[in-house]
Design a protein around this ligand. Structure first.
Ligand code: NAP
Length: 282
């Protein structure tokens, strides 16, 4: 049993609190507003909750669960209150900028990203078993002390998540390709419907069915999240967009040149290549 601090008691922080308490850990929750602390206590997210950072002087390990832009400022604010052995991790969806800066501020920092979520936000959105069967990526660097990895890995296992270890840069390239790129493609798919003429647009809207619903879903989500991906994972997302542009150009050339054999070969290849990405769905 550990004493665990959670800063930011929203969807991810609150869900961690519920699961970690269920595993017998003592959870000390920090929020900006007293009302969030009261709800967190009422919902069983934390054993103790306060807006006062001094509560963190008593913990072994801290999860930083604020929005991405607040992770590093929050780390700077809490440092004066911590015991020097305290392990700190975060849950932000982009790792390189966070890990690079955080490890210079605090040597016992190990970046993390639970790849689970819902469309909801805030303390009311927290739920039990959110991380069950979901990937949870830890991003050590060459300088990460081995004991932090040895402490955090089994804790992630207790959430029933599938724990992966990789470098921050590899994490950011992978999520750029399978998470951030699809949001941008899906958004541009929706945006280009604007070019339809006045007769065709309402007809297309009436005829749109499961294919359009599936391919437009992630592009029709929270705009703030899309901007966050582009801002904090800019280089990896640009590389992914560039690679996608080449792929789209190749496809467009095949259609232009009526290269049906080439198009067939490409679609046969993508039919097979999709499977390892969605193994659990097939
Ligand atoms: P959320 O539900 O909005 O929760 C954010 C929490 O941080 C709230 O408790 C909020 O406090 C607090 N907060 C907001 N702005 C703050 C600030 N400027 N300074 C300090 N605290 C602040 O968000 P979330 O979905 O849990 O996301 C939190 C983190 O998890 C993000 O870094 C995100 O990248 C990562 N993440 C999200 C998902 C997802 O699907 N949502 C998945 C994986 C990782 P109040 O209650 O006082 O407003």
């Amino acid at each position: 049993m550990s004493r665990i601090g959670i800063v930011g008691l929203g969807l991810i922080g609150g869900s961690l609190g519920l699961d970690l308490r269920a595993q017998g850990h003592e959870v000390l929750g920090i929020a900006r507003r007293r009302a969030t602390c009261d709800r967190a206590l009422k919902r069983g997210i934390a054993d103790h909750s306060a807006t006062d950072l001094t509560l963190l002087s008593e913990v072994d390990l801290i999860f930083l669960c604020t929005p991405i832009a607040a992770i590093l400022p929050t780390l700077e604010q809490i440092i004066p209150h911590l015991h020097p052995d305290t392990i700190i991790t975060d849950v932000a969806s982009v790792k390189t900028p966070i890990v690079t800066a955080a490890t210079t501020l605090w040597p016992y920092f190990l970046g993390g990203h639970p790849m689970a979520g819902t469309e909801q936000q805030g303390v009311e959105a927290a739920q039990r078993d959110l991380f069950q069967n979901a990937p949870y990526v830890l991003t050590p660097t060459a300088a990460t002390p081995a004991e932090i990895i040895a402490t955090l890995t089994p804790l992630i296992g207790q959430l029933q998540a599938r724990c992966y270890h990789c470098s921050p840069a590899a994490h950011d390239r992978a999520v750029a390709s399978i998470s951030h790129l699809p949001v941008m493609l899906s958004a541009s798919l929706i945006a280009c419907q604007d070019t339809l003429d006045a007769e065709t647009l309402p007809l297309a809207q009436a005829l749109a069915s499961s294919g359009f619903r599936d391919t437009s879903r992630v592009g029709g989500g929270n705009p703030e999240l899309g901007v966050m991906m582009a801002r904090y994972n800019r280089a990896a997302l640009q590389a992914a967009l560039q690679s996608y542009r080449q792929s789209l150009d190749r496809l467009s050339d095949q259609i232009e040149q009526e290269d049906w054999a080439g198009l067939t070969a490409m679609l046969q290849q993508t039919q097979t290549a999709r499977r390892p990405f969605v193994a659990e769905d097939t």
